[in-house]
Design a protein around this ligand. Structure first.
Ligand SMILES: *[C@@H]1O[C@H](CO)[C@@H](O)[C@H](O)[C@H]1NC(C)=O
Ligand SMILES: *[C@@H]1O[C@H](CO)[C@@H](O)[C@H](O)[C@H]1NC(C)=O
Length: 509
């Protein structure tokens, strides 16, 4: 018997592989034939139990798949604070059914992939309940350590080898609250060049889509402590649960929030920022005054998002594009510099700063240009326009490792109108650094003479014992920087400094 699963790589979210062998037992042909015979017997039973009517899946298989998803979602480790209860969606079931009927061992259909998540499984031979695949998807957790899906990048391009965990991360993607699956019997299914005479093909579609590159599948914390408000505080078996049971779908605005960069308005803030919510037990936090910030600087956009659609100002300069934008239809106007109506991601493809796998880019606004030239680059045809309009350029987000002492003043001080810093990698153990060499000045907004990495620990963006990636946003000088004690670090206060600019640090989840 063979079992395979396959997880979607194209579409919006993407971890690097495209096809996955979850467990592949190499068997000789005598053995295969023997198994096939056995399967044919089993198949009779299995197939007979499937109603030939409307449903692509039996009521009991549906319930098993759904229950197992919710059970596994409720038990993730570390615990999730925002995991949503999953409900069955007949619309998703229909799309899964249409795809299962193609008997194609790949993700699809193309038009749907930007909008849904998809896990696939196939087997032949001995009877397997559909939950067998669901469990196999979950078992990829052995190669995953929260919150970094990057750790299990298989080597692709054809048959992938190496650890895979994208089935797992889609299964436990907190906001993917709806699922619909279908099972089909496929004759002579071509599975990576091998013909399986009779394969059982399971397709599960998820919405909203998970596996957004660079994001963790869920937030860590006390179960149900970070549910979207639309759940009204409901909680069941560690899952955000709406009593009505259906359509527990947060509004798009809520969803936006986790990635949205707040406008750059200096917040008036006392010297001792609120470090924990009133319900948290103070005794846990008094020691180090724990604060965490998962706010991100880069904004997740779709393939068709126009720069014009997004927030204005210097805070909206770093974007994260999904995979698959080569096949989307967003317009691109110009070459080298682009008109504001252009799709951000497709302009980046055209310019060559990202490829069809998606990724990050920085945008620089240029003001008005008189004309825009058409060209065909990297598979994207751009349009011309002979009319003056505002323009922007795109650039790659570079990554740079820094030391505990590096400052924004040295690396990328604020300039008008805007300055992009590379994405930074902080070493661990910056707390040990001499506080006179690696000062932290301010709270939330720091003087650019501060140690970037220590400020990031202070802000709760990274942790001392692991270090990690951060984004920094240089901002103009502040009149006041506030002192505080957070995460075991005392920061300094500074008033009316004669020179120097400031910055903020953001998590890269
Ligand atoms: C094929 O597999 C069967 C069952 O595992 C084994 O008994 C037999 O020796 C194998 N034949 C060859 C040629 O490897
Ligand atoms: C910071 O992290 C290092 C491990 O990288 C650890 O040895 C050290 O004790 C930590 N310091 C504090 C104050 O937690």
């Amino acid at each position: 018997m063979r079992t395979l699963s396959q997880e979607c790589l194209r579409g919006i979210a993407l971890l690097l592989m495209s096809q996955t062998v979850v467990s592949m037992v190499i068997l000789n042909s005598t053995y295969l034939e023997a198994m096939l015979e056995k399967y044919m017997e089993d198949d009779g039973e299995w197939w007979a139990s499937r109603p030939r009517g409307k449903r692509a899946i039996t009521e009991s298989d549906m319930q098993l798949i759904l229950d197992l998803h919710n059970k596994l979602r409720g038990q993730v480790y570390p615990q999730a604070s925002n995991m949503e209860y999953m409900v069955w969606d007949t619309e998703l079931e229909r799309t899964a059914e249409a795809w299962a009927e193609t008997c194609l061992w790949e993700h699809g259909p193309e038009s749907l992939l930007p909008h849904i998540g998809q896990n696939l499984g196939a087997h032949w031979g001995r009877y397997r309940p559909p939950t067998f695949h669901v469990q196999a998807w979950y078992d990829e957790v052995r190669d995953y350590s929260y919150p970094y899906p990057q750790e299990c990048n298989p080597y692709c391009p054809f048959r992938c080898s190496g650890p895979v965990c994208t089935h797992y991360t889609q299964l436990v993607w907190a906001t993917s609250s709806r699922i619909g699956c279908a099972i089909n019997l496929c004759y002579n299914m071509n599975v990576w060049g091998q013909i399986w005479p009779k394969a059982i093909y399971l397709v599960c579609n998820y919405s909203p889509k998970g596996n957004w590159w660079g994001h963790s599948p869920y937030k860590h914390g006390k179960p149900c402590s970070a549910c979207p408000p639309s759940y009204g505080g409901g909680c069941r078996d560690n899952l955000c649960y709406k009593e009505t049971g259906t359509g527990a779908r947060p509004s798009p605005n809520e969803r936006e929030e986790s990635n949205y960069v707040e406008p750059e308005v200096p917040r008036t803030q006392g010297p001792w920022p609120r470090a924990y919510s009133p319900t948290a037990s103070p005794s846990e936090n008094l020691d180090r005054n724990d604060v965490t910030s998962t706010q991100q600087m880069s904004q997740l956009v779709t393939c068709d998002t126009k720069l014009r659609d997004k927030c204005k100002g210097t805070t909206c300069n770093r974007y994260e594009c999904p995979a698959g934008c080569l096949y989307s239809t967003g317009k691109v106007i110009g070459s080298a510099y682009y008109e504001m109506q252009s799709s951000i991601c497709r302009a980046a493809l055209h310019y060559g700063v990202i490829d069809n796998e998606g990724g990050w880019l920085d945008v620089t606004r240029l003001g008005r240009k008189e004309y825009f030239i058409k060209s065909n680059k990297h598979g994207v045809q751009s349009l011309g326009k002979y009319q003056s309009a505002n323009a922007f350029t795109v650039s790659k987000v570079t990554v740079k490792a820094i030391t505990c002492e590096t400052t924004v003043a040295q690396l990328c001080p604020f300039q008008k109108p805007v300055r992009h810093c590379p994405r930074l990698y902080c070493p661990r153990n910056c707390m040990q650094e001499n506080p006179h060499l690696a000062r932290v000045i301010g709270t939330q907004i720091y003087s650019d003479k501060s140690s970037i990495c220590r400020a990031a620990v202070h802000a709760g963006v990274i942790q001392n014992d692991s270090g990690g990636y951060i984004d920094v946003m240089p901002v103009d000088r502040r009149r006041q920087y506030f002192a505080s004690y957070q995460n075991g670090i005392f920061s300094e206060r500074l008033q009316n400094p004669p020179g120097g600019k400031a910055f903020r640090a953001f998590a890269v989840v």
